[in-house]
Design a protein around this ligand. Structure first.
Ligand SMILES: Nc1ncnc2c1ncn2[C@@H]1O[C@H](COP(=O)(O)OP(=O)(O)OP(=O)(O)O)[C@@H](O)[C@H]1O
Ligand SMILES: [Mg+2]
Length: 260
């Protein structure tokens, strides 16, 4: 693949807690995300997906291995260089409230994200809020995170991520916290953003139907190891690894008619 945006090169992470056996959460994982590509990372609970996502984001240092973002190894950067490089890569988490300061209204949360860019203004903030379906955006500017619904908070988190003009979005179960009725809307929003801006995604999900709907490529993780990877449709319709087969068999097909 030419010029990938993100390379995880042989990364490992073991958690050691006093009184417990060490947990090898991520074990020699290599994974590449191309520019504009969407890679879904799937696997059951505890397989190491979030740990790998946190390593990719530079929130957690791997015990060994490298994270290369746009050609630069994160471990080699000074804190200042890291902060600047990190802008290219924005996270979206399951629980938007954890990433939104509850004491700041949407106006300030947006201005903060737009800071350092040309044209940080209420008009620009409102435009981004409109873009994510918080409309009219102007009406949302004075609202605090607790004054909007969970789905609206997730949209605000997406608007904030977009304000940074990312080239890669790392989304860890971005739909799990949202009501079933608005999951589709948020998923479509993420798809539109991909089409409009050519943003690449690392989409962490335990939901195979989301991976199938959203991703170009899928990587299947089990016990800290990637056991299968390939084009999403091919892997998910004809899995070769027994674990992937098991995952696929465990979920109803999205298009299947509802059973009474
Ligand atoms: N900070 C931590 N300290 C100790 N163990 C941890 C820590 N974070 C994760 N683990 C362990 O590492 C393993 C992988 O956890 P991780 O959160 O990456 O899984 P996951 O695939 O994201 O699961 P889920 O689908 O439930 O979110 C688990 O066994 C977990 O208990
Ligand atoms: Mg997780």
């Amino acid at each position: 693949m030419s010029d990938p945006i993100l390379i995880l090169d042989n990364v490992s992470k073991t958690f050691r807690r006093s009184g417990g056996a060490p947990v090898r959460a991520v074990n020699n994982v290599s994974l590449t995300v191309g520019r504009g590509e969407t890679v879904a990372l799937v696997g059951e609970s505890g397989s190491g997906k979030s740990t790998l996502g946190r390593i990719a984001l530079g929130l957690l240092a791997p015990d060994s291995g490298r994270v290369v973002l746009e050609g630069r190894s994160l471990g080699d950067l000074s804190p200042g260089e890291f902060r600047r490089a990190r802008v290219a890569m924005q996270p979206i988490f399951q629980d938007a409230s954890s990433s939104l300061n509850p004491r700041r209204p949407a106006r300030e949360l947006m201005t903060q994200a737009l800071r350092g860019q040309d044209g940080a203004s209420d008009a620009r903030s409102a435009e981004l809020l409109d873009r994510v379906g918080l409309s009219p955006g102007r009406d949302y500017l004075p609202r605090f995170p607790h004054e909007i619904s969970g789905g609206q908070r997730q949209r605000l988190a997406v608007a904030r991520a977009l304000a940074m003009n990312p080239r890669l979005i790392i989304a860890d179960e971005p739909l799990s916290g949202a009501d079933v009725s608005i999951r589709g809307q948020i998923l479509n929003l993420l798809l539109d953003i991909k089409a409009e801006r050519g943003v690449a995604y690392l989409m962490i999900t335990h939901d195979i139907s989301i991976a199938r709907h959203f991703a170009d490529r899928v990587a299947v993780m089990q016990h800290g190891v990637i056991v299968e990877t390939g084009p999403a449709e091919a892997v998910l319709s004809a899995p070769t690894h027994p674990y992937t087969r098991q995952l696929v068999a465990a979920v109803p097909v999205l298009e299947a008619p509802a059973q009474a």
